[in-house]
Design a protein. Structure first.
Length: 385
């Protein structure tokens, strides 16, 4: 492959990744060679673009790849190919790995775990997700999830809480925010220096096809050495991720739930099938990080924390002496006061208090990252402290 320049290799890799019938062409059986040679060996009639990509770019794969590379340069989107040294090693091991990854941000190179679950999560499960994410991220793990609402959102926020690394895998182009309600989370991940958004689809590709979600889920598990399912009904994307984890020989952990709670039917079924019950961080981290599990650690030894060490430990280890976080703005103080009386409707809160939408949104993001509140749709809930 040294005989070809970098631009030839890149263009050929992108071309192979967008072909309409890659598996039928047997591409994954000969990935040790140069992508340039592989493209040259294909007859012209086979160089056709996938329909979903052709609609945005070009039916001709050669032309489409040129357009995609140009678009990525315009949008500052990195392209990592299977032939690059920085392509994740674990992902290379899976059946039919993505030939190309599109990345916004910096792809972490350390150990990764996935946290997944239902979009319709309850407050307790979101709280559990956040705590697992905080502990794992503080121990140096990158948290991988799908940036959906519910459990996924809590997983990403937990890592951001301690300035840890998180990777959001999207079902469409990396520049297409999905779901749109997570626009704030998308921006936070993009702006963080040790996090990224990734997809196997080029910029501009939407998320209208259900099968793109299933394909996305194989990447979530494929990147990770372990997958933790926090809360999932039988029919959910998290169950698809769990299936891939088993196929990819990843460690699979499940948080058990009430036997009569439909939101946990998937978790309970996975346990019946032999999945390990996740009951303590030592299940994942082991004795090596035992000091962390007891709260005997300094976040700055791993990464510079966004909140104080004292507050981080309070978030992880609840006890009778806990204190509430320090509220720094008038909006944060008011949100705290009104949450004492129950759930807050965001629109009603803005009208009652004459705050601007921007002020309220910024306060919500801050309190959510610090693990004080949970946002579900247009409502705010207080998490136990």
């Amino acid at each position: 492959m040294n005989m070809y320049n970098a631009s030839e290799v890149l263009k050929s890799a992108v071309t192979l990744s967008i072909l309409s019938t890659p598996s039928k062409l047997g591409l994954w059986s000969s990935l040790t060679g140069s992508p340039v040679d592989m493209v040259r060996e294909l007859s012209p009639e086979l160089l056709k673009t996938q329909e979903i990509i052709a609609a945005k770019y070009s039916p001709a794969a050669d032309r489409a790849s040129e357009m995609i590379i140009s678009r990525c340069r315009e949008k500052n989107v990195k392209i990592i190919t299977l032939w690059d040294d920085i392509y994740p090693e674990l992902l290379k091991e899976i059946h039919n790995p993505p030939l190309v990854l599109y990345v916004i941000g910096e792809l972490p190179q350390g150990r990764m775990i996935s946290l997944v679950g239902t979009r319709n999560s309850d407050i307790k499960s979101e709280e559990i997700t956040g705590k697992i994410s905080i502990r794992a991220a503080s121990a140096g793990y990158t948290i991988v999830s799908g940036m959906a609402l519910g459990i996924d959102r809590s997983a990403h926020l937990g890592a951001l809480n301690v300035n840890g690394s998180t990777v959001a895998v999207l079902p469409g182009g990396v520049d297409v925010v999905y779901p749109y309600k997570n626009s704030d989370l998308y921006k936070m991940i993009c702006r963080s220096g040790n996090c990224c958004i990734i997809s196997e689809y080029p910029p501009g590709i939407g998320t209208g096809q259900k099968w793109t979600f299933a394909k996305r889920n194989r990447i979530i598990s494929g990147l990770s050495e372990a997958v933790i399912v926090v809360q999932a009904p039988l029919k959910s994307g998290a169950m698809i991720t769990a299936k891939y984890a088993i196929e990819q020989n990843r460690d699979l952990y499940v948080c058990p739930g009430n036997a009569f709670d439909e939101k946990y039917t998937g978790c309970n079924e996975l346990i019946r099938q032999g999945a390990a019950i996740f009951s303590d961080m030592s299940d994942l981290l082991g004795e090596e990080d035992g000091a962390l599990l007891q709260g005997e650690f300094t976040p700055s030894a791993k990464r510079e924390s966004r909140i104080s060490e004292k507050q981080l430990i309070l978030n992880l280890e609840k006890d009778e002496n806990q204190v509430l976080p320090e509220f720094k703005t008038t909006v944060e103080i008011k949100i705290n006061e009104e949450l004492k009386n129950g759930v807050i409707d965001i629109d009603d809160f803005i009208r009652r208090n004459n705050f601007s939408a921007d002020e309220v949104n910024q306060a919500i993001i801050t309190l959510e990252i610090e693990g004080f509140i949970s946002r579900r749709g247009n409502r705010l809930f207080k998490l136990s402290m």
